[in-house]
Design a binder for this molecule. Sequence first.
Ligand code: C6P
Length: 411
Amino acid sequence: MEALALDVEKVGADVPIFSKLFNGKTLAYLDNAATSQKPKQVIEALTDFYEGYNSNIHRGVYEISERATEEYERTREAVRGFIGAGSTEEIVFTRNATESINLVARTWGESNVREGDRVLISVLEHHSNLVPWQVLCQAKHAKLEYIGIKGDGTLDMDDFKEKAGGARLLAVTQASNVLGTIVPVKEMARIARREGCTVLVDGAQSAPHMKVDVNDMGCDFFALSSHKMLGPTGVGVLYGRKDILEAMPPFNLGGDMISEVHSCSASWNELPWKFEAGTSNVADVIAFYHAISYLERMSMESVREHEMRITDYAMDRLREFGGLHLYGPADLSKRAGIIAFTMDDAHPHDIAAVLDREAVAIRSGYHCAQPLHESLSLGGTARASFYLYNTEAEVDRLVAALGKVREVLGR
Ligand code: C6P
């Protein structure tokens, strides 16, 4: 498919929520790390499904069910291409990235992590790539170890290299949802796998924003969420290398994931359906196809370039504003479009609440990464995060609204 030049205005016009008014103003939506807004192509696909061919999949031999099955499986093929996987057998639909990671912890982890093993994660991790491993390690009497970060917010590769030898699993994010740090997962996977360590990459904050190629990256597992990349909520993806998925026991048990069931025994369906028990989130998976097509039409390279430009502009404007502490790498090539910051004597929730009055949406708090905040001795941060539809004018609105925070809080 020929990529279109990224026309930010046109993308904005495709997203219906941007034509609504909030407090009499259009929305400056800067909370894209939490979830993205949806273009009409995705919203219309949901309506088309429910109005035109709503049915269950993999079961009916009538027209609308066959169409639903075809479109559901078409999304799987689109995801495969989007992340560079070798086969659709390696693409499992889940509810979100969190469930993808839990699936690995509860199946692969249950059968592969043993007493005394070491599981390696980083200080950057979101709770979704931390708590499942914490609980698994506690149950198995294994050791959870953290790779540290350096003063500039980048991962401490020396620390990683020291800890990689003999670890059972490396589970690491490709992009931090707080510092924006882009982690060199390809280099890490090469080192870890040479040491016989299995590698899981949390792609929740990378897949929506940059070109991802799981084969080139060399990971064993990769997790993402549709809702952060223009798609609907309720759809996640787990990529797993075929030989590993084949050896893993199923996660949930029930309809669709079985091959045969007798009163005292059952056998499992082929990949990837072995991991998709019960009625799937058919409509949302089908609509996710339109999100992927949309991103591919723009090209992930231009999405990344645009976000680097906006982030650069925002960092400059926020530095000029003064009195803010910005966290994460200054080097844009090592940073996703996420800026966490604090303002002296202003609680991050108060900042977000004042910004909301100006219809500027940001997130505040721990962002589900409390250990990271604790390691930085921070009680929370305010966070602006960008996507392909954000403009410099919206960054200007963020800065102007921060001026209001100063006025309101008397700083
Ligand atoms: N971070 C944020 O505001 P789910 O909720 O399963 O779609 O994604 C979980 C997840 C996993 N890893 C990383 C790096 C993430 O950033 C997230 C979600 C959102 O930062 C919601 S807490």
